[in-house]
Write a protein that binds this ligand. Sequence first.
Ligand SMILES: C[S@@+](CC[C@H](N)C(=O)[O-])C[C@H]1O[C@@H](n2cnc3c(N)ncnc32)[C@H](O)[C@@H]1O
Length: 327
Amino acid sequence: MIMTQADLLAKIAHSSRVYTTGSGTQICADSREILPKLPANSVDLIVTSPPFPLLRKKEYGNEDQHAYVDWLVDFAKAAKDALKDTGSLVLDIGGAYQKGRPVRSLHQYLVLIALVENVGYELAEEFYWYNTAKLPSPIEWVNKRKIRVKDAVNTVWWLSKTDFPKVNLDPVRVPYSQSMKRLLKNPEGYYKPKLRDSGHAIGKAFGQDNGGALPSNLLSYPNSDSNGFYIRTCKQLGQRAHPARFPAALPEFFVKMLTEKDDLVVDIFSGSNTTGRVAERLGRRWLSIEESREYADLSSIRFMEGRELDEIREVYGAVKSGRCPQL
Ligand SMILES: C[S@@+](CC[C@H](N)C(=O)[O-])C[C@H]1O[C@@H](n2cnc3c(N)ncnc32)[C@H](O)[C@@H]1O
């Protein structure tokens, strides 16, 4: 069923709405309260980055890992009802060390197993986000004692309700390698169709230009934005930017691959609303839910690019005062 912006807003108390745009709404609430209000089978994609355990609790041992899993399972259950049968849940979860030990936490794997075995999601595919700009940490094990290497990869679980969620790889094709470009220029001269050792037949189809190569499940994006519009404007307004943002390229990959125009994209831990901004730019409808009023208010800045600082200050003031302006 297609749910219009008005249908969606009718389900959500006015007091929790922070701002709207032509195609989306920012909500300030606990997602566990909002998700059950969404009609069943209405959401095409939930793409999100939950708070990492280390941000929630400084001590992080075995017991806490299980508490974290139980906590996240509650959200995932409610999310499953809201998702269409063709929909997907994409979870970006970073790794962590156990407190005071050079031993890794297993929380992201325990979450995955719980979501598949207990909640009934399918693991469509696991992705790895390589943050090419990650600084070495934790200092004790990596920089000082030099007994562990830099941890620069997050796991990203692509989960679905069925074996065949909606997917289109064409919008996420990547540039061809140099050798593939040479092959495409002169398929006849470059290789002879033959059977590889692996048994794969390398036929004429390999010489066909599809506009780019299929991507792999290793996504390399730096998380290094220190002077983008959101950050710059936060500084100009004397506000502290959200401290745990993901780069726009990460949700963008999944929004392009798993949805089409006018589909509904939801972020249930929206922070600075990177996901909503990406969805708006790509012509998708969006709903973002963030528990902290401060972060939700500040995320409105993302939709004010191109405006004068005075006007931004005024609109941000309207957002903060609870007037829920349309940006
Ligand atoms: C890792 S941050 C997400 C950052 C986001 N991806 C971005 O690019 O800005 C996780 C966010 O989840 C929010 N959060 C924690 N518990 C929540 C809940 N129960 N409902 C909604 N948001 C919650 C936190 O306040 C935090 O801003």
